[in-house]
Design a protein around this ligand. Structure first.
Ligand code: PRP
Length: 170
């Protein structure tokens, strides 16, 4: 297995800073509930939250797809739900990567039904060529080609989540 650097730690940190500034500007004077999608988003959420200029609260969800093998079957369920109600809140879903779009489409619909004041999505990475269902994040860090990537929260069999950069695995 070989690993090739795709996004350096410095480049990621600069982009996360820019996303935090943009989101903070767009939500100036409001408070955001940041909802991290476990596990992959934990690093991105930690960095983004510390760069935000508006007050934030933090919660997490964990979702699992079930059905056939490793491919998204389109069937998703919560294995960990939010611990706070969303009604009337400004909610920011924080995701590490959008691939087929199945996870976020499901999550967005579920959270929307809980009547937040607003519901927006930030993803660090987007692989638009892999999309099976249409889904567009409000804020995107990087559009990347269709390679398997690890680091900065993303894993390969639970390894490499702690790397500062993002690498293509071959
Ligand atoms: C990854 C990623 C997203 C989802 C995106 O999670 O963190 O949540 O897949 O894929 P999709 O757009 O095809 O639905 P994964 O299931 O690998 O879990 P993990 O974050 O715990 O590693």
């Amino acid at each position: 297995m070989t690993m090739k650097l795709l996004l350096s730690e410095k480049k990621i940190q600069q982009r996360v800073g820019a996303l935090a500034r943009q989101i903070s500007k767009d939500f100036s004077g409001r408070e955001l509930l940041m909802v991290g999608v476990l596990k992959g988003a934990f690093v991105f959420l930690a960095d983004l939250a510390r760069k935000m200029k508006v007050p934030v609260k933090i919660d997490f969800v964990r979702l699992a797809s079930y059905g056939s093998g490793t491919c998204s079957s389109g069937k998703i369920r919560f294995t960990k739900d939010l611990e706070v109600p969303l009604k009337g809140k400004d909610v920011l879903i924080v995701e590490d990567i959008i691939d087929t779009g199945v996870t976020l489409k499901y999550l967005y619909r579920c959270l929307r039904a809980r009547r937040p004041r607003s519901l927006i999505v930030v993803t660090l990475l987007d692989k638009p060529r892999r999309r099976k269902v249409p889904f567009q994040a409000d804020y995107t860090g990087f559009h990347i080609p269709d390679h398997f990537v690890v680091g900065y929260g993303l894993d390969c069999a639970e390894e490499y989540r702690n790397l500062g950069g993002i690498y293509i695995v071959k």
